[in-house]
Write a protein that binds this ligand. Sequence first.
Ligand code: SF4
Ligand code: SF4
Length: 315
Amino acid sequence: MSRIEDKKTTGYVFNIQKYSVHDGPGIRTIAFLKGCHLRCRWCSNPESQETHPQVAVNNNRCIGTDKCHFCMDACPRGAVYSDGTKVAIRRELCKDCTDLACAHACPAQGLNIYGKLQTVDEVMKVVEQDAPFYARSGGGMTLSGGEPFLQGKFALALLREARARFIRTAVETCGMCEQDVLLEAGKHLNYVLFDIKSMDSAKHKEMTGLPNEHILSNLKAFCVEYPDTPILVRTPIVPGFNDTPEAVTAIAEFIEPLGDHVQYEMLPYHRLGTQKYEFLDRPYLMGETSLDNVAYKKLLKYAHRVLKDRHHIPH
Ligand code: SF4
Ligand code: SF4
């Protein structure tokens, strides 16, 4: 594809976050793309999961249906109603219509939109603003999501265009994507953050909606094709799912033969993002689950012991 075509390629983005230092080397700008095949119960970005833009209700911002009914008047499907004082949406009637007229009509951000159609050029204009920071820190652009490779054409065009502008690239992937897209992306990637959540496929399916075989096969294939690309395998440690030495050992044994370019990191379970489930009228399936910090630290120590010897855990 030509550079002109790449720049015009469009996709759905739900956030662009600047000055991140956690998602790849140096200072980075993260472009969050919509859409994911997985439905991880602990997902802190529920607004990322559907590919299309969605309407979100923030009742704290609604000025009250006794004073305002712009959104109710705007909806062509009669999906917006008053719960007595504030606005609510009958999700069974709402079709997240393409112009999201209700949210556009709201003067108070009582209704918001998760996701916006953007061109590669529009995204890159934001990313490029921090080019001096990238140069000094070794940072660049990270594609995240959702699963960024679900919008494969858009993700590839973003990566090509970043490299054409001499911006280093990274991706945060859950690995549940087409292998062809992942391997093609490898040509334009300087760094990969790859989630492995569990080696137990049945548990993986229970907690994420899908089994893990395709994900594991994707990581293996990527390592064969790109043995020099640094990869950070990450495991979000979720209580009752993978918070055991056995689960960590199984992952360690899987990544061991993949090569010294593969490092490993654990991420502690957190409850950030639960409010966004409310905004989308969705239940948060982890209930009141919380992380036992003492047990987590013990597990972290264990992972260091098991993996540091194998040169896989960052110092
Ligand atoms: S997104 Fe469309 S269908 Fe849904 S509530 Fe808003 S205007 Fe109505
Ligand atoms: S338009 Fe906004 S402020 Fe007015 S009732 Fe709807 S959500 Fe509330």
